[in-house]
Design a binder for this molecule. Structure first.
Ligand SMILES: [Fe+2]
Ligand SMILES: [Fe+2]
Length: 203
């Protein structure tokens, strides 16, 4: 865990002042329920990582039959997601938290999306990865803005620990056929589902 001195904290204070009127951060406003927003963010992200693990698991499964040369990359992505899953779970347990209500929905949804996308071939896989990871990175940025606003430095560290990997997954998909025009409707559906489970988890 990184140590934050007064200097770092004052930078966060300035950053939070700058973002107080930021609509993006307001999407993650103070929770009205008895579970605080930071904990909800961690739980939603943890459930999302479970979904991501299952996307790649299904894609590896299908690719093993149809496109073996494609599986090493998918397995590397799966390992990233398993590491992320562990990072969030550790922080949730430190806060005496439990799994998100959307945990199994994410797992099932993730596996289904991964399976269907892999049947559509490489472009389907890449479109799915781009769609999921683009929504995820947008939310991680908003979460960071919110968490900096409230000064939850441990949660900031956990989100920052995964952000770069997710951006990498998104950018690989973007550069490698993920934006094929024929897959526009598929990307739209995957983005809607991803956005939906995040919102459901945060309620
Ligand atoms: Fe992840
Ligand atoms: Fe990812």
């Amino acid at each position: 865990m990184k140590f934050y001195g007064p200097f770092d904290q004052s930078i966060f204070a300035v950053a939070s002042y700058r973002t107080i009127n930021d609509n993006d951060a307001m999407e993650y406003k103070q929770s009205g329920s008895d579970i605080d927003t930071s904990k909800k963010i961690l739980k939603v992200n943890h459930a999302g990582e479970f979904g991501a693990v299952n996307i790649y698991k299904a894609q590896v499964l299908v690719s093993n039959f149809f496109r073996r040369e494609f599986t090493p990359m998918l397995e590397r992505f799966q390992e990233d997601e398993e590491r992320h899953l562990e990072i969030f779970w550790t922080e949730i347990q430190r806060r005496d938290g439990v799994k998100c209500k959307s945990f199994w929905l994410c797992g099932l949804g993730g596996f289904s999306m991964g399976f269907v996308s892999a049947l559509l071939g490489k472009r389907g896989v890449m479109a799915c990865t781009w769609a999921v990871e683009s929504v995820v990175t947008e939310h991680l940025e908003k979460q960071l803005t919110y968490l900096e606003m409230i000064g939850d430095y441990e949660a900031i560290e956990t989100v920052k620990a995964i952000l770069e990997d997710e951006e990498h997954h998104r950018d690989v998909a973007f550069a490698d056929e993920g934006m094929n025009v024929l897959f526009g409707p598929f990307r739209f559906l995957v983005r809607m589902f991803t956005e939906g489970v995040i919102r459901f988890g945060m309620r």
